[in-house]
Ligand binder design. Structure first.
Ligand SMILES: Nc1ncnc2c1ncn2[C@@H]1O[C@H](COP(=O)(O)OP(=O)(O)O)[C@@H](O)[C@H]1O
Ligand SMILES: [Mg+2]
Length: 164
């Protein structure tokens, strides 16, 4: 499976989807794409929830990265919105973050093009306004590596069992 299209109506559904993604991909790289306010950080909160983090999740807009340590290993949350030049990532030692067995979530990955490694999972978030369901989000999950393909299969399995 190469891609999976899902919808989530409301913040809770978005966090729940993030949890599923967090369970399905233990380590690797996730690109989070979509406009400001799309729900990228909300999805990240779900991923962090799945590792045992229950507090707030601040956007590392100025620091570029927020590290989290879990028994299962580190999770690094990047927000590259304010990145001026991908070279700045070299100065902050970006390679160290991606070198070990960590889960790296990257908001605004296009800003780091050429320096960031390719993702296992690419996540594209958009807004949807449904007459019956209200305002929600479309989430396109695209696998870019074998690990990403395996994660997608697991996420799809979980969606099946939830609708049965
Ligand atoms: N699936 C969803 N349905 C409705 N609202 C959502 C959904 N996901 C996120 N939101 C809301 O969108 C707003 C922006 O979310 P945020 O995660 O900060 O966006 P981003 O990090 O992409 O800028 C928040 O108020 C959040 O509650
Ligand atoms: Mg954000």
């Amino acid at each position: 499976m190469k891609s999976l299209d899902l919808t989530a109506y409301g913040e809770d559904a978005m966090v729940a989807l993030g949890q599923r993604i967090g369970r399905a991909l233990p380590v690797g790289v996730i690109y989070l794409e979509g406009n400001l306010g799309a729900g990228k950080t909300t999805l990240t909160r779900g991923v962090l929830n799945s590792r045992g983090h229950s507090g707030a999740v601040k956007s590392p807009t100025y620091t570029l990265v927020e590290p989290y340590e879990f028994d299962s290993g580190p999770v690094y949350h990047f927000d590259l919105y304010r990145l001026g030049d991908p070279e700045e990532l070299e100065y902050m030692g970006i390679r160290d973050y991606f070198a070990g067995p960590a889960l790296c979530l990257v908001e605004w990955p296009a800003r780091g093009q050429g320096v960031l490694p390719r993702p296992d999972l690419q996540v594209k978030v958009g807004v949807v306004n449904d007459a019956a369901l209200g305002i929600g989000r479309t989430i396109a999950l695209i696998a870019q590596t074998p690990a990403g393909v395996a994660a997608l299969a697991e996420i799809a399995d979980e969606s099946d069992s939830q609708t049965e």
